[in-house]
Ligand binder design. Sequence first.
Ligand code: OSB
Ligand code: MG
Length: 368
Amino acid sequence: AKLIGVELVRVTMPLKQPFRTSFGSETARDILLLRWVRSDGEGWGECVAGRDPLYSSEYTDGAANVIRRFLLPRLVADGDIRAESVAGVLEPISGHRMAKAAVEMAVLDAQLRAEDRPFAEYLGSSRSRIPAGVSIGIQPSIGQLLDTVGGFLDEGYPRIKLKIEPGWDLEPVARVRERFGADVLLQVDANAAYRLSDARHLSGLDEFGLLLIEQPLANDDLRQHAELARLISTPICLDESIISAAAAADAIAMRAAQVINIKPGRVGGYLEARRIHDLAAAHGIAVWCGGMLETGLGRNANIALASLPGFTLPGDTSASDRFYANDITEPVVLRDGHVPVPTGPGLGAVPDEGRLKEFTVSREWIPA
Ligand code: OSB
Ligand code: MG
């Protein structure tokens, strides 16, 4: 099929409550969407970069720029564009994995829609629903934390993840355990806020029976994570450090990660994400699907990915109404602690034109 052009759509999605992590607080998501228009139909991609380069070096304006200047021209010059060849064509451009992932996602969606094929079928997965975890930001007080956790447990979320940072770690975990009991599936995420010299302090988490601690140390501290794993008994899960299947292989070989959080945007796309799933499964390493406060576009694609059998831990695949009062797609809805694996063609959802318009701040048409 012939590529006609690509539209870059910028949306601002207000969050129901501010979301605070160890690296910053967000009140709205500044999101870049891509509409990939072919002669036989179209597909949508969502870029997970944040407005500011805090989680990683990528940021929304930068992603739009690199897509416009460097990624699209290479793909257009290559001619017939299949999702499976996107990463190879873009390989000479270093880094910018979130931008590349957004492009590959749009190409894949258009391709699957043209074949009338659902993403889960393309992946070869068969689950019809998956359990959904929820990620809870750093709260202004313990009281508000307990109310928030209680609310999500009442909604039926079977797994709770608490964001932590120095000064907000042992106490919130202890109070959540004290209030809600030892059976709640509980884990923490530090977003790289600690140093190896905090090992003794972090071993204070060991008594709380956490599923894992996510990314305690800096993004490039693989060796230090391996050392920390020898000093604490809470399993270590890596997020920011795992930027590719090669990085995952290094982390596994070094024993720096007992668990891996897979985020398609962080690793350059859903196809690389799948390779990490396969690699981890071959090594007996559990994986789960992370989240980047995606709209229903990214969320549905993540849910399809997370229906692969190696995703043995609940992911950050919470429903649309966890972050957004109104999503741009049909909302993802939680039922009995699960979210449904999309069954329609493509990655699972399309934006509703009316709701998309409500959140759109700019659109740019780039002819092929
Ligand atoms: O570290 O997992 C993270 C959101 C933005 C940046 C980093 C992270 C997160 C989350 C959100 O935890 C999880 C979600 O989308 O539900
Ligand atoms: Mg994380």
